[in-house]
Design a protein around this ligand. Structure first.
Ligand SMILES: Nc1ncnc2c1ncn2[C@@H]1O[C@H](COP(=O)(O)OP(=O)(O)OP(=O)(O)O)[C@@H](O)[C@H]1O
Ligand SMILES: [Mg+2]
Length: 303
């Protein structure tokens, strides 16, 4: 089942800024979905529309089975906004209780869950400290704890690892995997590509308010699978025919057909050509991202 299934979402801000130009997106039950895009792509705008913080200029589809903009549905949603700010005079536990009350979590459950979440987010010992004394990374962890206070079905996280150090980021990744194992769906925005590569089941890439690709990382990178054969010296003449690309002493064969590769290697060896290395290669999420950005900037370009 799709927890988010939206079509043709458009948003034009005052001043005719076309932040979203017909975005469609599907997030499945129980998956971790990563929305990638450069600064200003429209990621937060899309999240804010889902969370009813702003209105879309045009939108159709559903969020947890209800039309976009249906506020009662949000009780089942956890939200970490970008650039969040909490009342500075409250302590961590008070902030969590406050947001728990706003999402109508019964009082009896609220306090217990708040302590559990602070422990889960590595904030043990900080429960009674004012948030004004928290570092950026700690505020971010607190924000994630808040997103979980109502035990949501889906968590929507806008740049969850923003300002968090490498150890903390890893802990957040582990937490996301745990949430998934509990059956929750996770929808996150980020531009930390390698991080998303490690944790997301599916990703979408958004550039200038348009969706350019959507799928599993395996699906999106499959076409780029290739072998790179590095030889010593000049390639033989037949290499231009037999390989898909020849770049000096690097011979490239697309696909993952190892038998075909063996016969090419045999042929090279028969010609007494030394092979320095054979590397299986596949595009990284970063390569895909760069290609998506380049494609929008230069629509006629081929990869
Ligand atoms: N309230 C607003 N009024 C006018 N324009 C806005 C408003 N909020 C965002 N924009 C514009 O809409 C576009 C998309 O912004 P958005 O914040 O959604 O991008 P983003 O992908 O989240 O970027 P980042 O990675 O920097 O967070 C940008 O051009 C931005 O300047
Ligand atoms: Mg943003």
């Amino acid at each position: 089942m799709a927890v988010i299934d939206i079509h043709d979402v458009e948003k034009t801000y005052k001043g005719k800024i076309h932040a979203l130009r017909g975005v469609s997106l599907e997030v499945h039950d129980g998956e971790i979905f990563g929305l990638l895009g450069p600064n200003g792509a429209g990621k937060s705008t899309l999240v804010k529309i889902l969370m009813t913080v702003i209105h879309a200029s045009k939108a159709s589809g559903t969020f947890l089975g209800q039309p976009i903009g249906h506020r009662p549905t949000l009780r089942q949603v956890g939200y970490l906004p970008e650039h969040h700010r909490f009342p500075q005079y409250l302590t961590a536990i008070q902030v969590l209780q406050y947001y728990g009350a706003l999402s109508k979590v019964p009082k009896a459950i609220r306090t217990k869950r708040a302590y559990e979440l602070l422990e889960r987010l590595g904030l043990t010992g900080w429960e009674k400290k004012r948030v004004s004394t928290f570092s950026k990374g700690m505020l971010q962890r607190l924000g994630i704890a808040i997103a979980l206070i109502n035990d949501p079905t889906i968590v929507v996280l806008d740049e969850p690892t923003d300002g968090v150090d490498p150890v903390g980021r890893r802990e957040i990744r582990d937490l996301l995997a745990e949430l998934k194992s509990e059956g929750k769906a996770v929808f996150l925005n980020s531009h930390l590509l390698s991080e998303l590569e490690m944790v997301c089941d599916r990703v979408a890439i958004m550039v200038k308010g348009q969706m350019t690709m959507q799928g599993t990382i395996d699906e999106l990178t499959r076409d780029s699978t290739r072998f790179e054969v590095h030889i010593v010296g000049q390639p033989p003449e037949w290499a231009n025919e037999a390989f898909d690309d020849v770049r000096d002493s690097m011979l490239i064969k697309h696909g993952d057909n190892t038998e075909e590769l063996q016969s090419l290697i045999d042929k090279l060896r028969r010609d007494n050509i030394s092979i320095g290395a054979i590397e299986p290669k596949r595009e990284s999420l970063e390569d895909l991202f760069m290609r998506a950005v380049d494609h929008i900037d230069n629509p006629g370009s081929v990869r």
